[in-house]
Design a protein around this ligand. Structure first.
Ligand SMILES: C[S@@+](CC[C@H](N)C(=O)[O-])C[C@H]1O[C@@H](n2cnc3c(N)ncnc32)[C@H](O)[C@@H]1O
Length: 402
């Protein structure tokens, strides 16, 4: 099935929005859904990356072998990817070449420019140059879509049947390319919103759970543990990724909720598919078993009605840190050598503008080394950017068992 506004001259299929000839390039621009955490996911998950650049807050540019393009579609933390086809420093000919390259492959009736960290005046210049170039290339009736906030969202890229071009600051000019792929956000959103036993309005989203699972580096068939499984979001996504999942929770109500949610997820998934999971009542401070990886969010702080004072935030975070310190050692003992432990910690923005963050310290002494995937160095915990909660945030540690 082709997007209607994009009549491909060569074959393409959703969720790719472009035919194959336009998807690949030596460099791909990834539109980040969770900021630096998405960069960490890309560095940990994409096998053949030779270079990573982060030119602005919303974009990461990766250099990779074109044969491993499919691995990019496994990333949960990106809104879209685009081959970086050109760099614009004010030379109009560059825009005409870009448009000609695209026009060789597809007929375009509508297009939008999604600009990231881009000056409003520069946005207008780019839009005008693109419109002129499309008209010169023979698309006399081409229509420009003006997306809200100068960004066509992933689901809109599909529903509006439009060519989406992206622009972002790059090497003193602008990097430009057409959106080649968007994730299936509708199915993921459905799992988050329609599950029978929601936990809380700020529960982990299926998308963030998938990203955390990607950070664990686990492959199908391997054993995953979530020792604070709550209503089972991580276990659900893990089971859908064909992991062998074990969830424990000290609260029997949560255990029952997780079982209901998993049964629902199993029913919704492809017909006849059996998911591998086991959910039991248990205590994360004292449990048995060996696992290839652990992914968990032990504490979800309450949502506040007004910004908490620094004192209140420190009190809450100190109280929460007990649960972490008591469960870290059993987790380190349960994971195999080389296996990873991915843990979410809370972070609070306080009334005086400071941040109170739950830090995990002394982990090396129990055999947990901070995981560095190469290419870039990450300082832990890595914050989950662009979440909609105002005062309460999440940050993530990834450890490797030595
Ligand atoms: C933040 S929630 C997990 C939410 C989960 N990620 C989800 O998406 O539903 C933390 C869970 O840890 C459980 N819990 C707290 N202390 C525990 C302990 N010592 N052992 C096991 N579970 C515990 C709570 O009952 C709660 O369900």
């Amino acid at each position: 099935m082709f997007l209607e506004g994009l009549k491909a001259k060569k074959k393409s299929s959703l969720p790719y929005t472009l035919p194959e000839a336009l998807r690949g390039a030596e460099r791909l621009a990834l539109v980040l859904a969770f900021g630096r955490l998405s960069v960490l996911e890309a560095c940990s998950t994409l096998g053949s990356v030779t270079k990573v650049e982060v030119p602005c807050e919303r974009i990461c540019v990766v250099e990779l072998d074109p044969s491993s393009l499919r691995s990019v579609t496994k990333l949960a933390g990106i809104h879209k990817f685009s081959p970086l086809l050109t760099r614009f420093h004010g030379d109009e000919a560059v825009i005409r070449q870009l448009v000609d390259q695209i026009a060789n492959e597809i007929d375009v009736s509508r297009f939008a420019l999604s600009a990231y960290d881009t000056d409003e005046a520069d946005y207008e210049v780019l839009v005008r140059l693109l419109l002129d170039a499309f008209r010169q290339a023979g698309f006399k009736k081409i229509r420009l879509l003006r997306p809200k906030g100068n960004e066509l969202l992933a689901d809109q890229v599909l529903s509006r049947d439009a060519l989406d071009l992206i622009a972002f600051p790059y090497k003193g000019g602008y990097g430009l390319g057409p959106t080649a792929w968007v994730p299936d956000v509708a199915t993921m959103r459905k799992r988050g919103v329609e599950k029978p036993a929601p936990h809380s309005e700020i529960s982990l989203s299926p998308r963030l759970a998938q990203l955390l699972l990607n950070l664990s580096g686990l492959s199908p068939g391997q054993r995953l543990l979530d020792p604070f499984c709550g209503s089972g979001t991580i276990i659900s996504e893990g089971a859908l990724m064909s992991l062998n999942c074990v969830g424990i929770d000290s609260n029997p109500t949560r255990v029952a909720q997780a079982k209901r949610n998993l049964a629902w997820v199993e029913k919704q998934s492809e017909s006849g598919r059996t998911l591998a999971y086991d959910i039991e009542k248990g205590d994360a401070r004292d449990f048995e078993g060996r696992f290839d990886g652990i992914v968990t969010e032990p504490i979800l702080l309450p949502r506040f009605h007004s910004t908490p004072s620094s004192q209140k935030a420190k009190h809450l975070v100190n109280k929460a840190s007990r649960v972490y310190s008591e469960s870290l050692y059993p987790m380190a003992e349960a994971v195999r050598k080389g296996g990873r432990v991915v843990i979410v910690v809370p972070t609070l923005r306080t009334a005086d503008g400071s941040e109170v963050l739950l830090r995990l310290e002394g982990t090396e002494s129990i055999g947990l080394k901070e995981f560095q995937p190469g290419h870039l160095r990450f300082e832990y915990p890595v914050r989950v950017a662009f979440e909609s909660t105002r005062w309460l945030g999440r940050a993530v540690y990834v450890f490797e068992r030595v």
